[in-house]
Design a protein. Structure first.
Length: 524
């Protein structure tokens, strides 16, 4: 088949860049999610990383088909680029095969350093095959399809006046922000069970005893700022430490163990008292732990009202390698838990309940290497309505735990896990602001002769700021300037994407002029 005989250069010129960029964006998001590269991840794999090796996974027909399908748009876009430069079918085939294999190899190489991903040569072969399929798809359907897309674009632009464009952008952002507010509401602590009991050294099931010493337990119904936590860990007074402080148990004093704020019941020994029940800094273990015995409904209600908490515990585990158990737990049974801090060897595991954690998700947060033999740890667990943090001896653990609208959206359609949470923030911002940027980019064409600066400010900069403000007001969390910057980047990417082929406009106009003049020339 001679694709040079097909009249498609103008349509290719209008769409080749956009198709290629969109295909690369889709490949990156579907293969590199959750976008966290760990340089030490390759250590568990033998050999030289550039050789990739075999992933060791079972390869099914379904996997091969999905890998082929993933690269079909890329091969289509490469062929459109080659055709735009008057290349023939052979060139389209060779470029699609070579670039498909190269891009796939780069993806597989990066996947070596993403613990949640598998990498191997079989994926390179199937992806390259998909790129070739895209080349042949372009050869058979590319011309009519791209010309149809061009007509659709012309039809839309002919009906978009500056006023209509402004209304369309406003309607889009109104709908997007409303959906985002609804999704963010799913991260509130609205499903805490008021019948839960506070335990220190175990949980309600009594099957997870923890051996060690607890020196201090404090609970707030607000998210303490980092500066306050650092001062408390350094045993310095903080002006705002008493604000929102619901309970404080100091085990460094002889018992009984009363809440110094008189907000919660005293902690009593379970299942029986040890020989020295009220010694200074009691020893907890598999035969003795502490609980309020009665539900702490007032604590649950206060935390549920603000959807924020800070729980600080100063503790020393007896064992590290084999140590395990619940250090602090607010629970009613093994499956009915509002909150717990758990030791698992040298690791700390942080869990709290919200509508996302009850089903189709594993959202406990494991923090490796927190505990060391003979070392007292000051652990503060914080949730601000959207993001969770853990501070050890006043220093924040680098990796945070983010429950934004993206986590709520994907929780409705797939199984959600803790390592993916940061990736959902990126994906949701892309879903929200990339199409917005494309709308704004279309509007910029209409407003280029009047008010373009105002259009860009109102259509590009302001929505990113308003979106962040909306989430901050709804949850009460801190402002993330990085979120605003990311929204601006994705919206700018959409603006550039929709206009990626504008340089080809003169070619299109020349073809239209030639088409219009053809009958006149025949008459002459």
């Amino acid at each position: 088949m001679n694709i040079q005989a097909l009249r498609r250069e103008p349509a290719c010129a209008r769409w080749s860049n956009r198709i290629l960029l969109l295909s690369l964006l889709g490949i990156g998001y579907l293969t590199l999610f959750p976008f966290q590269l760990h340089p030490g991840a390759f250590r568990a794999i033998r050999g030289i990383p550039f050789f990739l090796g075999n992933s060791g996974k079972e390869y099914f027909t379904r996997d091969f088909f999905l890998n082929v399908l993933l690269f079909v748009p890329f091969g289509f876009g490469v062929s459109a680029q080659v055709r735009k430069r008057n290349g023939g079918l052979l060139k389209c085939f060779l470029w699609s095969l070579a670039l498909g294999a190269l891009v796939s190899y780069c993806v597989e190489f990066m996947q070596l350093y993403i613990p949640e991903r598998d990498s191997g040569w079989e994926d390179v072969f199937s992806n390259a095959a998909g790129s070739v399929v895209g080349c042949f798809l372009f050869a058979f359907l590319g011309g009519p399809l791209l010309e149809w897309l061009s007509r659709c674009e012309d039809w839309i632009l002919s009906r978009l006046s500056p006023g209509r464009t402004a209304i369309l952008v406003l309607a889009y952002f109104a709908a997007a922000f409303g959906i985002s507010a609804y999704l963010q509401n799913e991260t509130r602590l609205s499903n805490w069970d008021p019948r839960c009991i506070l335990f220190v050294g175990n949980d309600a099931a009594g099957a997870a005893p923890w051996a060690g010493k607890v020196f201090l337990l404090e609970i707030w119904n607000r998210a303490l700022p980092p500066g306050t936590i650092q001062r408390l860990a350094a045993r310095e007074s903080a002006e705002d430490e008493s604000s929102g402080l619901l309970a404080r148990y100091d085990f460094r004093r002889s018992g009984p163990f009363q809440d110094q704020n008189k907000f919660l019941p005293p902690l009593n020994w379970e299942p029986e008292q040890p020989q020295q029940p009220y010694a200074v800094t009691p020893e907890l273990g598999d035969k003795a732990w502490l609980s309020t015995r009665a539900p702490v409904e007032n604590l649950t209600r206060h935390i549920e009202k603000t959807s924020k908490f800070t729980i600080r515990v100063v503790c020393l585990p007896d064992a590290i390698e084999r140590g395990s158990g619940r250090i602090v737990s607010l629970s009613r049974s093994a499956d009915n838990v509002n909150f717990h801090l758990r030791q698992r060897g040298a690791d700390l595991v942080f869990y709290f309940r919200n509508p996302l954690t009850e089903r189709r998700s594993i959202l406990a947060w494991p923090l490796p290497g927190i505990f060391q033999a003979g070392k007292v740890r000051d652990v503060a667990s914080v949730y601000d309505g959207s993001d969770a943090y853990v501070y050890v001896d006043g220093q924040a653990v680098p990796r945070n735990y983010r429950l934004g609208p993206g986590a709520s959206l994907f929780h409705a359609i797939r199984f959600v896990q803790t390592p993916e949470l940061s990736g959902y923030v990126v994906v949701y911002d892309t879903i929200l602001f990339l199409p917005a940027g494309m709308l704004v980019g279309l509007g910029a064409r209409k407003w280029r002769r009047r008010g373009i600066a105002v259009w860009l400010v109102l259509g590009w900069f302001l929505p990113a700021v308003l979106y962040e403000a909306l989430l901050v007001v709804q949850t009460g969390r801190r402002i993330w300037l990085g979120n605003i910057a990311m929204s601006l980047v994705f919206e700018l990417a959409g603006m550039l994407l929709i206009n990626a082929d504008r340089l080809a406009a003169p070619l299109v106009e020349d073809e239209r002029a030639a088409t219009r003049d053809a009958p006149r020339a025949e008459k002459i």
